[in-house]
Ligand binder design. Sequence first.
Ligand SMILES: NC(=O)c1ccc[n+]([C@@H]2O[C@H](COP(=O)([O-])OP(=O)(O)OC[C@H]3O[C@@H](n4cnc5c(N)ncnc54)[C@H](O)[C@@H]3O)[C@@H](O)[C@H]2O)c1
Ligand SMILES: O=C(O)C[C@H](O)C(=O)O
Ligand SMILES: [Mg+2]
Length: 471
Amino acid sequence: MSSGANMHITIRLQFAKNVVSFSDIATAIGQAGGDIVGIDVISSSKTHTVRDITVSVLDSKHADVVVDTLRKTAGVKVIHVSDRTFLMHIGGKIEVKSKIPIKTRDDLARVYTPGVARVCTAIAEDPTKAYSLTIKRNTVAVISDGTAVLGLGDIGPYAAMPVMEGKAMLFKQLAGVDAFPICLDTKDTDEIVQIVKAIAPAFGGINLEDIAAPRCFEIEERLKQELDIPVFHDDQHGTAVVLLAGLLNALKIVDKKIEEIKVVLTGIGAAGIACTKMLLAAGVKNIIGVDRQGAIHRGVQYDNPYWNEYAQLTNPENISGSLSDVIVGADVFIGVSAPGILTVEDVKKMAKDPIVFAMANPVPEIDPELAEPYVRVMATGRSDYPNQINNVLCFPGIFRGALDCRAIEINEEMKLAAAQAIASVVTDEELSETYIIPSVFNNKVAERVREAVMKAAYKTGVARKDDMMFR
Ligand SMILES: NC(=O)c1ccc[n+]([C@@H]2O[C@H](COP(=O)([O-])OP(=O)(O)OC[C@H]3O[C@@H](n4cnc5c(N)ncnc54)[C@H](O)[C@@H]3O)[C@@H](O)[C@H]2O)c1
Ligand SMILES: O=C(O)C[C@H](O)C(=O)O
Ligand SMILES: [Mg+2]
């Protein structure tokens, strides 16, 4: 399965009318396996025509095959090839906009010197006024060091930017939160903690993103202790929240109790450890974690201290072995690891009515089309298949709620409330194998998550909004 399903390329080509017809070109594209999804005439003369032909292809290799076929067709000249996805990224995807225009000298004197000085002084005298007089109240920093970007791994801070810009777009569109992508050119835990602390004054919350385990745990813990604004590692907690929402609904379909299921989870990293903790808190008793060297079990000393702790909390029968060994009889498979590691043979060994959540991005642990015939409920992290279990269902609404009540943190109760809120958007009448989790575009999601999260924040005493100081 490719990472670029729905990949569209636009090929600008010129063809000599007396040598080749458009239907010859369409046939050539079809024979190379491409699907024409759009045609635009750019110019036409007596002898030549220039057209932009948009073609759906499987991946970039397939795109090369289609383009090569056209290059070899007599009378055809390929002028250039563009990829719609790349075109959407030219110059980046977000910008900063002013709320008020500066039209007159008077405006200038208010938004900037000298007027602004009075506002600065007011904040200097009472720093809590930053909430009412600066962007802090509505602004989140999306911070990555580029070490665990999607399932692409350590691709560095420059390459991480498009994902962080995308997260910022989603924050804004789904919950009205202004988010800044900030990619740091350091992998040093102390340095990351120091930098984030130092930039915190401008922000009402910190969303850590795509920072590899195990460093992400210490970074988050230390920042939580040192800052009075919510710090939330999206790949851990956002994923765990949405996973639980999806599982609660999937279990209704197969009519199994959460306490009785056997769960096998692959990828004991940031997402995997947080998902496991959330499932244990929700009542799962039998969960086995599998990483590269097989099932995590007691009796081994792992280099990774988090795995030693993990072994204590999970795998009640202390089973060892590979994924194929431990998957036998499992009710649920959860993948937050790497592409293609679950085989159809593995799925066939699961208990009746298997639930498979293959959540690695962009390529899941098993191709949904291969798994489909053998599973009862199938979900991925992607938007091009039904049941998208992706942290995008959580982070906009959870931060909206936290910002609106000026929460000092996002705690366990707030996360659980968010999971239940997401699950509740799908009504019992609507619930089906292909609809266990609401769509990212369902505008009820962020609002419901916001309300639930605020309620939990007030209940647990972490909301400061009623405190006059933070108005
Ligand atoms: N759908 C979602 O919302 C969502 C959210 C977060 C992460 N993810 C995906 O989950 C994956 C992991 O993300 P993370 O942030 O936890 O990264 P991470 O680097 O912290 O953890 C990944 C873990 O997977 C393990 N792993 C790699 N290859 C494996 C294999 N062949 N078999 C078993 N384990 C293997 C690694 O050793 C590591 O422990 C990525 O693909 C990411 O895109 C999806
Ligand atoms: O970015 C996503 O689509 C989800 C998640 O944060 C991931 O790292 O895969
Ligand atoms: Mg991520």
